[in-house]
Design a protein around this ligand. Structure first.
Ligand SMILES: [Zn+2]
Length: 71
């Protein structure tokens, strides 16, 4: 006996036009990166990252003189 592996898909009735596709994608935007303030120096820092200004993480200095090494 012959076995047929036929899969049924939902087939779009019409091709989505370039304009329609582009109009939909106008809502695709990058979200703003989350920020917190450093407890040591008060600079705006990304969460869960070492402060680039003073090199501290969770109130402790992790990198010594981070500002001098980055320059
Ligand atoms: Zn800091």
């Amino acid at each position: 006996m012959l076995k047929l592996d036929i899969q049924l898909f939902a087939v779009p009735f019409r091709k989505t036009s370039k304009t329609s596709k582009r109009m939909r994608r106008t809502h695709y935007k990058i979200s703003e990166a989350g920020t917190t303030t450093c407890p040591k120096c008060g600079a705006t820092v990304r969460p869960h990252r070492v402060c680039p200004e003073c090199g501290s993480y969770k109130g402790k200095e992790v990198i010594k003189s981070a500002k001098e090494t980055t320059k």
